[in-house]
Design a protein around this ligand. Structure first.
Ligand SMILES: Cc1cc2nc3c(=O)[nH]c(=O)nc-3n(C[C@H](O)[C@H](O)[C@H](O)COP(=O)(O)OP(=O)(O)OC[C@H]3O[C@@H](n4cnc5c(N)ncnc54)[C@H](O)[C@@H]3O)c2cc1C
Length: 420
């Protein structure tokens, strides 16, 4: 979001400094070196509806880097890996009544057709899904997904937010039977690097390893930002850091505004990334609802983006950072992740592990409860020249590159009107 905002501001004729706390650019979409393979720290796929990404790729001259792949989904339940994600797979699933299957199928279909969400805004996903699909479907499919992501918040997640997730994936299809997902050749680094080149060509300055300590406000207008080593003067500041950091970084905001930012919470995420000698399953994504496995699913990324004939699997652990698991050692996480994969594919042995990396993020996903829309403060703050947003500002859409690009560019386009 920050890079997209910077690029657009430069296009509009402004001078731009980008201050990034990390020593790597790209934020959640950044890459790391996985034994010679450059890959995302957190899995990234593209959906057919991600238009702001396609527009930016075209503008940067790299539209030809988009790749589309016919992918499939699995569902690991009661010790068996089932095919998932199309009407036949749903009908074939054992142990679920035909009525429940039809209700669930209709529910997913209606989600892909719906484009209004006010009626969902004040319902929890738990109430909504149970009412439309029945308790059996909720308990079997959705309860474990929400529980092992949101823990104590699981029963209070917005139905509107879940709907946009179902719709985004549900509409990324070649036809009713075939899911189709995308990736950028070379990973999200290709987009980040090309954006950085375009920014540098227009005179933008990127300062890595430069956390902002304080946004400076004088006489109700922003005048710059302070880091530990220097001061950057500015007529306009766009903040795209995670919202829970705002009150500490901008202490001079009015107290009622700080309270609004402080009322928005997030969960953390840890991804255990394994490089393996053999595949876990033919699926890109396997949802899990299985006694003794405390993760919502695994992502076999190499079933989307093929990489040097090795298998790359992401095992995501979402949770509030207060959960004891968030402090587990890398070794403990690796062992837990691998034992999950072995449950799905018992033919895997430890000798199949080539390499493992653990990536942690404290603010991995905002918690959007029913009524969340009313909690989001305006992007333009009462401080002249200061705009603030993060991924929860495009609620009910889920956090994603496309929406972050769209919002970042829109904030840059608003600089003149916010900073007369
Ligand atoms: C596990 C996971 C899976 C994902 N999967 C997908 C996917 O499949 N498809 C998709 O489109 N999107 C996906 N996303 C989301 C996507 O990565 C983000 O929406 C996108 O990167 C845009 O992020 P952003 O710029 O809005 O926020 P961020 O990437 O969080 O950027 C915020 C930046 O602020 C910096 N920062 C923090 N504090 C300071 C400070 N004090 N001073 C300066 N800088 C600071 C951070 O270092 C960071 O670079 C995923 C994210 C995660 C975590």
């Amino acid at each position: 979001m920050g890079l997209a905002a910077a690029y657009q501001a430069l296009v509009n004729g402004h001078q731009v400094d980008i201050l990034e706390a990390s020593t790597e650019p790209g934020g959640m979409a950044a890459h790391f070196d996985f034994g010679g393979l450059s890959i995302e720290r957190f899995y990234h796929f593209v959906c057919r509806s991600d238009h702001p990404t396609f527009e930016l790729l075209a503008e940067l001259g790299i539209a030809d880097k988009m790749r589309w792949v016919e992918t499939s989904m699995g569902f690991f339940h009661h010790g068996t890996l089932h095919h998932w994600g199309d009407p036949i797979s749903l009908l074939m699933l054992p142990g679920v009544s035909l009525t429940s299957k039809l209700r669930y199928g209709l529910f997913v279909f209606a989600c892909t057709r719906r484009d209004q969400w006010p009626s969902l805004e004040h319902q929890s996903a738990t109430e909504w899904i149970t009412r439309y699909c029945g308790k059996d479907i909720y308990d079997r499919f959705w309860h474990p997904l929400l529980d092992f992501k949101y823990y104590e918040y699981a029963n209070n997640i917005s139905a509107a937010w879940i709907w946009t997730r179902i719709r985004r994936i549900g509409k990324s299809r070649k036809n009713i039977m075939q899911e189709e997902l995308g990736y950028i050749e070379g990973g999200s680094k290709t987009l980040v690097d090309t954006l950085l080149d375009a920014i540098a060509r227009r005179g933008g300055r990127l300062h890595l390893g430069t956390p902002v300590q304080r946004v400076v406000i004088e006489n109700n207008r922003v005048t710059g930002v302070a880091t530990s080593a220097s001061h950057f003067s500015a007529d306009a500041v766009i903040s795209t850091v995670p919202i829970p950091l705002i009150a500490g970084m901008i202490p001079d905001l009015p107290p009622e505004w700080k309270a609004r930012y402080e009322a928005i919470h997030s969960i953390g995420v840890i991804c255990v990334i394994l490089k393996l000698k053999q595949s876990v399953s033919p699926h890109f994504w396997v949802n899990i609802s299985e006694q003794g496995i405390e993760i919502p699913g695994v992502i076999e990324f190499s079933n989307l983006r093929r990489v040097n004939d090795t298998t790359i699997v992401y095992v995501p652990y979402y949770m509030p950072v207060t959960n004891a698991k968030f402090s587990w050692s890398d070794d403990k996480l690796r062992d837990d992740a691998f034992s999950c994969l072995q449950r799905i594919n018992p033919a895997l042995t430890r000798s199949d592990i080539i390499d493992v990396k653990v990536a942690r993020l404290k603010h991995g996903q905002p918690i959007c409860e029913p009524g969340f829309a009313a909690k989001i403060p305006p992007i333009q703050t009462p401080i002249r020249g200061l705009q603030i947003a993060d991924t929860c500002f495009y609620y009910p859409e889920d956090r994603g590159i496309a929406e972050s690009v769209r919002l970042g560019r829109n904030m840059a386009r608003s600089i003149e009107s916010n900073c007369p």
